[in-house]
Design a protein around this ligand. Structure first.
Ligand SMILES: Nc1ncnc2c1ncn2[C@@H]1O[C@H](COP(=O)(O)OP(=O)(O)OP(=O)(O)O)[C@@H](O)[C@H]1O
Length: 215
């Protein structure tokens, strides 16, 4: 499989986010160099998914800075895979068709759809519409998308949810292999995630009404 981008680096400084009238968090800073991993923790509603949305460019920060360097011509959105709570699969398409679509759409192809399904133990389900699959199986197909297109930054929102023990072990191995190739992993989690030498950001600031922040 392809290697991550040599010299890749993500720097996040003093990031703040508002949603509606509320400050969700502020002062989030971290840096990751090639091969780095960050675990994002915090209570329900603290803003873990929101942080991933900011990094993915789905939300604009209220303050602070996100800088990706060492990725050549690729912009940050072109460098990332995002696996969210909703697995973003097309229910009427089969598992294989979903992965073929992702492979064509995302570019820089790596594994073929069938090969990626084998890695996540779902080769037998390749021809089934995703609507027929269980929550854990759908999550495994969403994670198989990581393998069909080469993108160095993996943003994973509670990636182990719905996964059985064996699938959690497979996911951990895939994350570590990705890091070994120079990729970056940022994962939110409520459960312990045994990534070696991972940094942790805990989002714990209580949400504050913006008016209270005003002088
Ligand atoms: N579209 C939205 N508009 C306004 N506020 C929102 C919106 N989406 C989320 N929020 C607010 O942002 C806060 C942070 O949500 P987020 O989903 O990032 O939390 P989380 O830490 O990922 O929670 P969980 O552990 O439950 O998944 C929520 O408490 C919610 O009030």
């Amino acid at each position: 499989m392809k290697a991550g981008v040599v010299g890749l680096r993500l720097d996040v400084e003093d990031l703040a986010c508002n949603r509606g009238e509320r400050r969700i968090f502020s002062g989030v800073s971290f840096s990751l160099a090639a091969g780095g991993a960050l675990i994002v923790t915090g209570r329900n509603g603290a803003g873990k998914s929101t942080l991933l949305d900011l990094l993915a460019g789905r939300l604009h920060p209220a303050g602070g800075r996100i800088a990706l360097s060492g990725a050549g011509d690729r912009t940050l959105p072109e460098c990332l895979h995002y696996v969210g709570h909703r697995d973003a699969l097309k229910s009427a398409l089969t598992a294989r068709e979903n992965l073929d679509f992702a492979r064509n759409f995302l570019g820089d192809p790596v594994l073929k759809a069938q090969e990626a399904l084998e890695v996540v133990g779902l080769a037998h389900a390749a021809g089934l519409p995703v609507a027929y699959l269980s929550a854990g199986q759908r999550r495994r197909i969403a994670l198989a998308r990581l393998l069909v297109a080469n993108r160095p930054l993996w943003l994973l929102d509670e990636p182990t949810s719905a996964l059985d023990t064996a699938s959690q072990a497979t996911l951990l191995r895939l994350m570590e292999e990705h890091r070994d190739r120079g990729g970056l992993v940022i994962a939110t989690t409520h459960a312990p995630l045994a990534l070696r030498d991972a940094k942790e950001v805990r989002i714990e600031r209580a949400r504050t009404v913006l008016a209270e922040d005003a002088p």
